[in-house]
Design a protein around this ligand. Structure first.
Ligand code: PLP
Length: 500
């Protein structure tokens, strides 16, 4: 299996190369040249397998330059070593007949980013041995909150790597900030920026494609890679849990072999839902993919009209990991839907960078709407949904998952579609404790600090806070720096001790 670029079809690299470089030199994203297909027999055979075995099977279809032993080592280290608190890794919880929640936050940082970032360091280490011998890998991350912490946890003290994380100073939850500011490890750096997530992401993308910075690093024996979902090594592990969820539904006879299901995905950078789309293209029986956004509803409008217009007000919401107006991974979907038309993708992305807006052709829009539906939900409705869901089902959801629940409810009312549905739950409610508490007790944000709120939430709901979150209490703050977005590259060179 070889990989090409969404902006230049002449690119032809191995999986190891795609994973170590992160982004293609001309700014495009790596995509597989074709998607492997699974038949129904192979898909049903995932029932009765462990998550590690399911991951091995899917990964081996895409990482053809890895040995079986290497793939098994990566899958086992990530999902089979007690790093996830649930033995199923990504368990399904039934709310009612035909409605299931896929909990993707049983990993060490309590958000779904762990599903990919617990395995990425292993994939990257093997990839760099194959392609970049001797170079130290510098992982550069822009985060809306959850990726940063999950990447820091995944890469801390991994030999041959350094990791630098930039996050929007005002754009993350108190718990997310604390998680990053107290990060342990000898090879980690964290820096807040003045600006929003899009500024952080654009800054990182600029650094990646700046050849003079790259050259400065090379002279010091270092090279960049990315742990953002622009890296293929982030997306690939996410395909696994859609097959896994389907296999679990088969195991419990919630569906029959071949029966189609819907997936509802709370969406920001479009990585998670793109993995669901790839699973569908590989043969997983999917009826519809429902893209759920918060008040930053650029994707809702795009899917409904074909016009992508980022020139709109940016809202800091109670679901900060979805506060994004430039959804990077949409580029990969456009590439697929346009029939691998790299020139079209390149033109659209240039237009987005220059004008902040583009419109796709009618034919592409028709294809998009054949698989995707979309909706959005503001903070007020998010709160109501958290309260309602807890009252109705005794199920406590975080703000991001609540956006998915609300958008699904609207979708079902609008369409009457009663297909069995799986909603991706992307974070523990305790990760966004203040907002969740306020939803359950309107008007109150709880007494005292973040940890007092977590205690209140536990007492109120009888649910247990994931231990890694509680354990942050009392840890020393290691990182307090803030820099303007336009100084990110200089700050990075300073942190790495590289003199430009
Ligand atoms: C990152 C994140 C999302 C958005 O996922 P994308 O892959 O960027 O669409 C949703 N919810 C939570 C909690 C997240 O951390």
């Amino acid at each position: 299996m070889k990989y090409t670029s969404t902006r230049d079809k002449c690119v032809n690299v191995s999986a190891a190369k795609a994973i170590t470089t992160g982004i293609s030199p001309e700014g495009g994203l790596f995509v597989p040249q074709s998607l492997p297909k699974l038949n129904m027999e192979e898909i049903s055979s995932f029932s009765g397998m462990t998550y590690v075995e399911r991951a091995e099977k899917i990964l081996s279809l895409f990482l053809t330059d890895f040995s079986q032993d290497e793939i098994a080592h990566c899958a086992r280290s990530a999902y089979g070593s007690g790093n996830f608190s649930d033995e199923k890794t990504a368990p399904l919880v039934g709310l009612e007949e035909g409605l299931h929640i896929l909990e993707l936050w049983k990993g060490p940082t309590a958000a779904f980013k762990d599903m990919a970032l617990q395995i990425l360091p292993h994939l990257l280490k093997i990839s760099s041995q194959k392609t970049a011998e001797g170079m130290e890998i510098v992982i550069l991350v822009a985060t809306s909150g959850d990726t940063g912490k999950a990447a820091l946890e995944g890469f801390k003290d991994v030999e041959g790597t350094k990791i630098v994380v930039f996050y929007p100073d005002q754009g993350v939850s108190p718990m997310q900030k604390l998680q990053m500011a107290t990060q342990e490890g000898g090879n980690v750096e964290v820096c807040a920026i003045e600006g929003n997530f899009d500024d952080a992401q654009s800054g990182v993308k600029r650094i990646f494609t700046d050849s003079s910075i790259k050259e400065s690093l090379r002279r010091q024996g270092m090279m960049f890679s990315s742990a953002n979902s622009i890296n293929w090594g982030r997306l690939l592990p996410q395909i696994v849990y859609y097959f896994s969820a389907y296999a679990d539904l088969l195991e419990t006879a919630a569906i029959k072999t071949g029966q189609k299901v819907n997936f509802v995905v709370p969406t920001g950078n479009f990585g998670n839902i793109l993995a669901a789309y790839y699973a569908m293209q590989m043969g997983l029986p999917v009826n519809r993919l429902v893209c759920a956004s918060n008040a930053n509803n650029v994707l809702t409008d795009f899917i409904n009209t074909g016009v992508y217009d980022r020139r709109r007000e940016f809202y800091a919401t109670s679901s900060p990991s979805m506060d994004i107006l430039i959804s990077s991974n949409l580029e990969r979907l456009l590439y697929d839907l346009s029939g691998c038309d790299d020139q079209t993708v390149k033109a659209l992305m240039n237009k987005l960078a220059q004008d902040g807006i583009y419109e796709v052709e009618a034919e592409l829009l028709t294809r998009l709407q054949a698989d995707f539906s979309a909706g959005f939900c503001d903070d007020e409705k998010t709160k109501k949904t958290i309260a309602k869901t807890f009252k109705k089902y005794g199920y406590l959801s975080d703000t991001h998952t609540a956006v998915g629940l609300a958008v699904y409810e609207d979708y079902k009312a609008r369409t009457g579609d009663d297909t069995v549905t799986v909603i991706a739950s992307t974070a523990s409610p305790f990760k966004f404790g203040a907002s969740v508490l306020e939803a359950l007790q309107p008007g109150e944000r709880g007494e005292g600090d973040e940890f007092a709120r977590l205690e209140s939430l536990q007492a109120l709901t009888g649910q247990i806070c994931p231990p890694p979150l509680m354990q942050i209490k009392g840890k020393p703050i290691r990182f307090e720096g803030v820099c303007p977005a336009h100084q990110m590259s200089q700050r990075l060179l300073d942190l790495l001790g590289v003199n430009d």
